[in-house]
Design a binder for this molecule. Structure first.
Ligand code: LIP
Length: 280
């Protein structure tokens, strides 16, 4: 049977590549930094320009589809995930990296129907790596199949996490306490790429065993989640149980054993959900 979302996925790959060209070009001269929720939550004109480029081009081809875009939500649009075909867009995942020319920046596009992610595309612009996953059909990087690591011993693992843009001292204490617990297991190492999407692609590629973070948004992880699960990995909430992409927290790991071990060490906390009515 023909895949009804194949043309949408082909379009996502093409537009992510085009968006990546714009990001690479802008890296040389877009130094006008603005802030959103706090002085460390950064945005540039390139984030806004790339999001509009993606949305306009999808609208022309799929006029009935809906959107959740990081910068559109920042501008006051609703973050509602309905059963309708919805494109979940992070035009630049790793905006702080972009601002500082730290070389990991991604365009992330997830596509959800009936609350299920049908495909995910993460384009790591500076590495020129196109990560893709179609539900039930595996995950790929530049066309090569991806497989998570088969390491089941956390003491032989590398764990990725991020510090995010939350500077509330109580939250920072919990973030550091979780990090301390994990480092002292001890694990081989802890890494931060500066983008949730690339961290998740590193899990899918088998380079790191797990990634966890409290503070991410649905647009940071919609595409990466499918890439991890299609590469054979597992997703979990930081307190165990099923992950909820609107809940602002996630564990993505190569296996249930590693995910559960990470969960044991995390001091969890909650943030207002992405789809919280009070935000609109
Ligand atoms: C950012 C990330 C980063 C994470 C932040 C934030 P942005 O996304 O991917 O890794 O720590 O919580 O969400 O703002 O660069 O798209």
């Amino acid at each position: 049977m023909a895949d009804i979302w194949q043309s949408a996925m082909d379009h996502a790959v093409a537009i992510a590549r085009k968006a990546g060209e714009v990001v690479r070009e802008a890296l040389r001269d877009d130094r006008k930094v603005m802030t959103k929720s706090s002085s460390v939550d950064l945005v540039t004109q390139t984030d806004q320009r790339v999001e509009q480029l993606i949305i306009q081009s999808v609208k022309e081809k799929f006029p009935t589809h809906k959107f959740i875009g990081e910068e559109s939500v920042a501008a006051g649009e609703a973050c509602d995930l309905t059963d309708s075909p919805t494109w979940i867009i992070d035009p630049i995942d790793g905006t702080t990296n972009f601002v500082h020319s730290f070389p990991f920046v991604a365009v992330s596009i997830g596509f959800s129907v009936n609350n299920q992610t049908e495909f995910g595309v993460v384009y790591s612009c500076l590495e020129d790596k196109m990560f893709t996953a179609r539900r039930g059909k595996g995950a790929f990087c530049n066309g090569e199949p991806l497989q998570v690591s088969d390491q089941e011993d956390i003491k032989q693992s590398i764990i990725a996490t991020e510090f995010g843009s939350n500077r509330d001292p109580e939250a920072v204490d919990k973030i550091f306490s979780s990090l301390r617990n994990i480092l002292c297991i001890p694990v081989h190492g802890v890494r931060s790429a500066g983008t949730a999407a690339i961290n998740m692609c590193l899990v899918a590629s088998g380079c790191v065993e797990a990634y966890y973070e409290i503070g991410i948004h649905v647009w940071d992880v919609a595409a990466g989640s499918l890439i991890v699960s299609e590469a054979g990995g597992v997703l979990m909430d930081v307190e165990g149980g099923e992950v909820d992409l609107m809940s602002r927290r996630i564990v993505a790991a190569n296996s249930r054993t590693i995910a559960e071990r990470i969960v044991k060490e995390i001091e969890s906390f909650s943030l207002p959900r992405d789809d919280a009515p009070t935000k609109h």
